[in-house]
Write a protein that binds this ligand. Structure first.
Ligand code: ZN
Ligand code: ZN
Length: 164
């Protein structure tokens, strides 16, 4: 019953697919990492799928980037998160974090399947938005300066959108 999410990079060297219970592209992240690596509108949209179902074609052309994260006091550390991208065309593809090994987070920008239109959106990491970014906040949208208070699973379940 899960939804199959299929995606690819722009040049076609890397293709991937995974199964998802949570296919709604509702969560817009305005952080500097997403904006710089994947954010055409000043944000990127993270989906969630089952890591065990991930199939990848073109692994040779895949590369992984670990972002450096700095707190407000300037203390920096390298993120455990593995941001996968295509070495040929630089498309951002998905995030995998070994701390949550059952999950994979494809970027909606890399997805080729039709995704359902979310009934409302969550805007997160707004304090990191660039000055030129004017978030389009819909009437039923939620806004967060940092992380949202619901997980992707909770958001879908609360709205009856979780797919068994
Ligand atoms: Zn590519
Ligand atoms: Zn982000």
């Amino acid at each position: 019953m899960t939804v199959r999410i299929e995606g690819s990079c722009r040049c076609g060297a890397v293709r991937f697919a995974c199964e998802s219970h949570t296919p709604y592209p509702y969560q817009l992240c305005y952080c500097g990492i997403c904006r710089k690596t994947a954010g055409g509108g000043g944000f990127a949209i993270n989906l969630m799928g089952d890591a065990a179902s991930l199939e990848v074609d073109g692994k040779r052309t895949l590369r992984i980037w670990h972002a450096e994260l700095c707190d407000d006091d300037g203390n920096c550390e390298t993120s455990a998160g593995e941001r996968h991208f295509c070495a040929r065309c630089a498309s951002a593809l998905w995030l995998f974090d070994p701390r949550w090994p059952e999950l994979v987070h494809p970027f909606a920008s890399a997805v080729d399947s039709d995704l359902p239109v979310p009934p409302a959106r969550v805007h997160m990491m707004l304090r990191y938005a660039a000055s030129w970014v004017e978030p389009l906040i819909g009437r039923d949208d939620q806004t967060f300066q940092d992380y949202p208070d619901q997980s992707i699973e909770q958001w879908h379940r609360q709205r009856g959108l979780w797919i068994p």
